[in-house]
Ligand binder design. Structure first.
Ligand SMILES: [Zn+2]
Length: 222
């Protein structure tokens, strides 16, 4: 059975998720650990649970979701998977991080596994469907496990909010299409694990997310 744990890292309060199953293999999604203390917290959690990391996976390439990937890669000798469409963000990550006082992080120079070319991700006995959800960034993906009815939405869909689209590469129409055509259709019961803030459900967001409600009520065009 798939299990999921959340650790909150860095000044942007980013959600880093550890996913594992009965095989003991785990993946770390959006490793945002930025200091020696946070690096240790992540490694200790993995060690305490007796898990074997097999991949660092990112929903997108923003620095606050990426700050811990290089440490994770080096510590466990694992590959880094992300959409190739977000590769351009790797170059600017150091400068962006510095603006938020995260001065001594190192970032991966390249992607080892391009999620853009894949429909599914496998680890242990678990399958995650890779759902392209562009709009916050061009290469943003959401990760969906059908058996457990959970979806990791990164910075596309938050509890009662959505990701910013005013950053370079952002596109409001695109993020709304991603949410309505790719995420809302997963069904009301599906549990949402976002890149920042608390968990929610698709059902809750259909009713209470103001960005979704205003579009459904045709108060705004997208
Ligand atoms: Zn982001």
């Amino acid at each position: 059975m798939l299990k999921i744990a959340k650790l909150i890292f860095n000044p942007i309060q980013e959600n880093t998720y550890i996913l594992w199953d009965e095989s003991g293999e785990c993946i770390v999604v959006d490793a945002g650990n930025v200091s020696a203390r946070e690096d240790n917290r992540l490694v200790e959690y993995i060690t305490e649970q007796g898990l074997k990391p097999v991949m660092a996976v990112n929903t997108h390439g923003h620095f606050d979701h990426l700050a811990g990937v290089e440490h994770l890669k080096r510590t466990f000798d694992i590959p880094f998977a992300m959409s190739g469409k977000d590769t351009y963000l790797l170059e600017g990550a150091v400068a962006s991080a510095r603006m938020f006082g995260m001065s001594d992080c190192s970032f991966p120079a390249m992607i080892d596994i391009d999620l853009d070319t894949m429909e599914e991700l496998h680890f242990g006995n678990t399958t995650l469907k890779i759902i392209p959800t562009p709009g916050h960034t061009p290469g943003h993906v959401s990760l969906y496990n059908e058996q457990m009815g959970i979806v990791l939405t990164g910075d596309t869909l938050f509890r009662e909010s959505i990701g910013r689209t005013d950053l370079p590469g952002g596109d409001y129409s695109q993020i709304m299409r991603s949410i309505l055509e790719k995420l809302i259709v997963l069904g009301d019961e599906v549990k949402v694990y976002p890149g920042h803030g608390e968990e929610t459900t698709i059902g809750h967001e259909s009713l209470y997310n103001p960005f979704i409600v205003e579009v459904i009520n045709k108060e705004v065009n997208f």
